[in-house]
Ligand binder design. Structure first.
Ligand SMILES: *Cc1c(COP(=O)(O)O)cnc(C)c1O
Length: 369
């Protein structure tokens, strides 16, 4: 039996009745688009965060792009973000015609280096877009301070950090808006594509509701500004409502698995994930670091253990972004990480037996690579 970096089938077996009941409820409701499940999920997801508004959209990329548009970020504007992220973070910036400006990440937790962000600010900078990568928050107090001093807006990319906290405060509650993905692998995952934006700002909420519905007003008849079709489906919304009630349980399971890895792999020459003081990590990914990363991955394959790499190519080195004239400074940490990081199997239903097999195989492989 192979163990993959992510798998949902055991979770589905455990939750099957509830998931099928959610599907059936929607299919029998007579309302397949923007019905009670979407509005219910929006309210419950916002309430989970203690915020006033939630807007369901079709995926995390569009959650980011629509947020940027709703915040008035567009052509001519610079958005400071990181290159050590999932490409969609940057796709969203590109989509609205703004320019991504990449800054390096910290050696300690692989998250945005706030000092570098400050150095990258120009008169064109409009937005700070920190990515709470792997499941813990970037340095939000420092970013808030920076934003207020330079009159910038913060949009948080929370696609990997549902339920993460920093100094007790939930990811997604610091910026003007926060974008979430519910791509199936995420900490809160749908059974297909889905996303949402949360905000306390009524104007941002109203703009998002128009943008996801062709740009039409509340009565849905007149286009104010041409928008998109980026609606969250009822069926995913209802599944997400059910799963939101279990989110804290999923996070607990992820933390338990991470703690077992931490104990079992301490003393190896892997660099294990560090939790930055003040952060409560939700371990979307359990990311380790080793200079012989690719050899380890290869050697584990015959053991039936499949590791992932998030991410093998920093976004600024991808052909699609070759046109960008500059980064927001040198990116030595980002570039070194891309060659050395890898992700161990991590999902709430990973059994102890499976995890022990992964750990044993890793110990064996680390003796020889
Ligand atoms: C998954 C992810 C996205 C994009 O979400 P989709 O739902 O796949 O569009 C954006 N940013 C980060 C950091 C992600 O991990």
């Amino acid at each position: 039996m192979t163990t993959r970096v992510w798998d949902y089938l055991a979770e589905y077996e455990a939750e099957r009745e509830d998931i099928l009941d959610a599907v059936d409820q929607v299919f029998r409701s007579g309302q397949l688009i923007l019905g009670p499940s979407v509005s219910g999920f929006e309210e419950e997801f916002a309430a989970y965060h203690g915020l006033a508004h939630g807007v369901g959209v079709d995926n995390g990329t569009n959650a980011l792009a629509l947020s940027l548009r709703a915040l008035g970020v567009g052509p001519g504007d610079e958005v400071i973000t990181v290159s050590n992220t999932a490409a969609p973070t940057v796709i969203a910036i590109d989509q609205v015609g703004a320019t991504p400006v990449f800054v390096d990440v910290r050696e300690s937790d692989y998250l945005m280096d706030t000092a570098r962000a400050e150095a990258a600010i120009t008169p064109r900078t409009r937005c700070l877009l920190p990515v709470h990568l792997y499941g813990q928050c970037a340095d939000l107090p420092a970013l808030e301070e920076l934003a207020s001093r330079h009159d910038l807006v913060i949009l948080e990319d929370c696609a990997q950090s549902h339920g993460a906290r920093q100094n007790g405060r939930l990811a997604g509650t610091t910026g003007r808006a926060a974008a979430f993905s519910f791509y199936p692998t995420k900490v809160l995952g749908a059974y297909g594509d889905a996303g949402a934006v949360i905000t306390d700002d009524a104007a941002t909420d109203a703009a998002l509701r128009r943008l996801r519905y062709y740009g039409m007003d509340q009565q849905r008849s007149v286009v104010r500004t041409p928008g998109h079709n980026s609606r969250l489906d009822e069926v995913h919304a209802e599944i997400l409502r059910r799963k939101l009630r279990r989110l804290d349980g999923y996070i607990e399971a992820r933390r338990r698995i991470a703690a077992r890895y931490n104990r079992a792999l301490a003393g190896t020459d892997l660099v294990l994930p560090a939790v930055t003081p003040g952060n409560d990590h939700v371990y979307y990914l359990y990311v380790a670091r080793h200079p012989r990363r690719d050899a380890i991955i290869e050697a584990l394959r015959p053991h039936g253990v499949h590791l992932g790499v998030s991410y093998r190519r920093p976004v600024h080195t991808m052909d699609g972004f070759a046109h960008l004239e500059r980064t927001g400074g040198p990116l030595p940490v980002t570039e070194a990480l891309a060659d050395e990081i890898f992700s161990l199997p991590m999902y709430p239903s990973l059994s102890e037996e499976q995890q022990d097999k992964v750990i044993a195989a890793l110990h064996e492989v680390l003796r020889t690579v």
